[in-house]
Design a protein around this ligand. Structure first.
Ligand code: ZN
Length: 156
């Protein structure tokens, strides 16, 4: 099966119907299928839809950003961080040199800083209102490059 380019509008809300994120007016999100570019649960839904079709779906956390993993929460002392000026919600890069991932500050107690390496949406069931804008077969170049090309081809 050929990979496709799908563009879609979306509004993402949490379980309290609070809007977390949305594509801007006239700026749909565009991705190449089967490339891990969007969460798997949502990709599966979009694959079943036709252009102009609208749908509202709730994606369980395990098909979105995964379960909340308590082992990714840990304490460090303030002196281990790149700056002594720490605020709640600050994001730092953690890692071992080969891989790095963002961690955010979730608790501050004196010089004990608690960091959380979970995705901010981990453990949450996410509701998406989506509308397909366009579906087409991805070009050979797009599949090779792993990104979508605009009119006139590759601009990077
Ligand atoms: Zn390219």
């Amino acid at each position: 099966m050929s990979k496709e380019v799908i563009s879609f509008n979306y509004t993402l809300t949490d379980k309290d119907q609070k809007v977390i994120d949305a594509s801007g007016e006239g700026h749909p999100l565009i991705f190449i299928t089967e490339s891990g570019q969007i969460i798997p649960g949502l990709e599966n839904v979009l694959m079943q839809m036709k252009p102009a079709e609208k749908k509202t779906v709730t994606i369980p956390s395990k098909e979105a950003y995964g379960a909340y993993n308590q082992t990714l929460v840990y304490k460090v002392s303030r002196s281990k961080l790149p700056t002594p000026q720490i605020n709640m919600g600050d994001v730092f890069e953690a890692g071992n040199g080969k891989e790095s991932f963002p961690v955010s500050v979730i608790h501050i107690e004196g010089d004990d800083i608690t960091l959380d390496g979970n995705h901010p949406l981990a453990g949450q069931d996410l509701t998406f209102a989506v509308e397909i804008v366009e579906r087409r077969i991805a070009s050979v170049d797009e599949v090779a490059h792993g990104h979508v090309h605009g009119t006139g081809g590759c601009h990077h």
